[in-house]
Write a protein that binds this ligand. Structure first.
Ligand code: NAD
Length: 493
């Protein structure tokens, strides 16, 4: 297991360490080096030099493609170990890491190696008889990638694959709670033979090193995924030296379930859309609105199935829900439920720490359902980031749109209906960056993903996500030997 930072092509141990805990057992599983200002400085210098001196940005597209494909292969070659590590570090059920997180991480590298790099080819535009422009699409330069703890490797790979394919050099900062698979990825990158300094991984507390990392003039862009609170902080940092950034922040997304649905499909999908990864998903459908006629039936089925969800140690293939990431997160969830009840919500499922003795040292929590939730209450409007869902009623499509849009976030929504015309019309009215109709949670490498409103701005994945890591230079070339148009106007010729 790698526990050191990765800077300028070398693994580096530091004095200051952090314990990494397995959320299923509460046991320490590793002691990882933490970066201080000195390591931040080394990483900044290394990434800057690797960009300015090359050869990474100057490599041909084919050369870069080769390296990126080697990273994809490295992830696949180490898939089982990476899945185990991610599960131990996050508490994410092993089935999810084995079949989703790790293979999807490799796929994103593969996809970015094979697509979109052609957008880096210059475009020539004739603008007059004498003048033409060459539009040069170039990498941003040095990019800082900051990643949360809920999908440590996958979100890292979304960012990293695009940034590298575009020719940038990178400083990666995983969440200090979940650095293990990112450090393992550093080893894979090292083995793939990328030049020193192209990728640097510094683990550390955001509160301590975030400022130095994001404000520094050697950094050209910050790509951040995380909470709304820290996102606002990153905006402040980035404003100090006017820096490009993308922000993928939190959500309070809504599923809208219409009368005409196949009830079982809708119930099962809605269960997954909130309880997958213990509800610790930015796109968790934490508010479900069901049309009046089927509300009672939907609720009864949902609650009955929620009670049957198999909670268990995350490394067991039978487990459907593992633990929350840590005790602080569990306390936050409990506080939200208490506040919701005080504000009039009714608890109809869960709301407790499970009694199973096998789970007593981990941070487990039962899948929880609240009904009769007031639209002004905290739980209706704020992100809980845990296995807690509210299920309320709506009458028709106009009210559904109002409810979905009635929070400050705008990340995602789901519409469940057989009436595809109604669903598509409704999707137009929803103020969210991604709307799934009769499906949930599908991310495709070829499609952009990102939120509106306080869920942030900028895209990950897709052509648009790739282009975020590039900038456009306009080189205008006038070949006439005579005086130039602007000069003519100026002198009044
Ligand atoms: P967080 O904001 O606490 O931390 C995210 C990252 O920022 C971590 O690496 C952390 O160390 C770092 N950080 C913290 N303070 C910093 C600072 N002052 N300067 C620089 N970096 C700093 O988020 P989290 O608790 O790790 O993750 C959960 C949050 O992430 C939720 O709000 C969730 O919705 C959001 N999220 C959003 C998306 C999306 O795509 N929109 C995806 C996953 C998670």
């Amino acid at each position: 297991m790698i526990t050191d930072l990765f800077i300028n092509g070398e693994f580096k141990s530091t004095k200051e360490k952090q314990n990494i805990v397995n959320p299923s057992t509460g046991k320490v599983i590793a002691e990882v080096s933490l970066a201080s200002s000195a390591e931040v400085e080394l990483a900044l210098a290394s990434a800057r030099e690797a960009f300015d001196q090359g050869p990474w940005p100057q490599f041909s597209l084919l050369q870069r493609k080769d390296f990126i494909l080697k990273i994809a292969q490295g992830i696949l070659d180490n898939a089982a170990e990476l899945a185990q590590l991610e599960t131990q570090n996050t508490g994410k059920p092993i089935k999810e890491t084995t079949f989703m997180d790790i293979p999807s991480s490799a796929k994103t590298f593969e996809f970015m190696a094979n697509n979109f790099m052609s957008y880096l080819v210059n475009e020539e535009i004739e603008v007059s008889e004498d003048a033409k422009s060459r539009l040069i699409r170039e990498p941003m330069g040095v990019v800082v990638l900051i990643v949360p703890w809920n999908y440590p490797l996958l979100i890292t790979c979304w960012k990293l694959a695009s940034a590298l394919a575009a020719g940038n050099t990178v400083i990666l900062k995983p969440s200090s709670i979940t650095p293990l698979t990112t450090l393992e990825l550093a080893k894979i990158i090292h083995q793939a033979g990328l030049p020193d300094g192209v990728v640097n991984v510094i683990n550390g507390s955001g509160a301590k090193i975030g400022d130095e990392l994001c404000v520094d003039k050697r950094v050209d862009m910050v790509s951040f995924t995380g909470s709304n609170e820290v996102g606002k902080q990153i905006m402040q940092y980035s404003s100090r030296n006017v820096k490009k950034m993308t922000l993928e922040l939190g959500g309070k997304s809504a599923s809208l379930v219409f009368n005409d649905v196949e009830l079982e499909v809708a119930v099962n999908s809605c269960l997954a859309s909130i309880f997958l990864n213990q509800g610790q998903m930015c796109t968790a459908m934490s508010r479900i609105f069901v049309q009046e006629d089927i509300y009672d039936e939907f609720l009864a089925d949902f609650v009955e199935k929620a009670k049957r969800i198999r909670l268990g140690l995350a490394d067991n293939f039978e487990t459907q829900m593992g633990p929350l990431i840590n005790d602080a997160q569990r306390k936050k969830v409990i506080a939200y439920i208490d506040k919701a009840k005080a504000e009039g919500a009714k608890l109809v499922c869960g709301g407790r720490i499970p009694e199973n003795p096998e789970l007593k040292n981990g941070y487990f929590f039962e899948p929880t359902v609240l009904i009769d939730v007031n639209v002004h209450s905290h739980i209706f409007r704020e992100e809980v980031f845990g296995p807690v869902v509210l299920i309320n009623k709506f009458s028709g499509s106009d009210e559904a749109a109002i409810l979905a849009n009635s929070v400050d976030f705008g990340l995602a929504a789901c519409i469940w209906s057989k009436d595809l015309f109604l669903a598509q019309e409704l999707a137009k009215k929803i103020n969210a960056g991604i709307v799934w109709i009769n499906t949930y949670g599908m991310f495709y490498n070829q499609l952009p993903y990102g939120g509106f409103k306080q869920s942030g701005f900028g895209k990950e994945l897709g052509k648009e996500g790739f282009l975020e890591y590039t900038r456009l230079k306009n080189v205008i070339l006038d070949q006439s030997s005579e005086a130039k148009p602007l000069v003519n106007y100026w002198y009044g010729f």
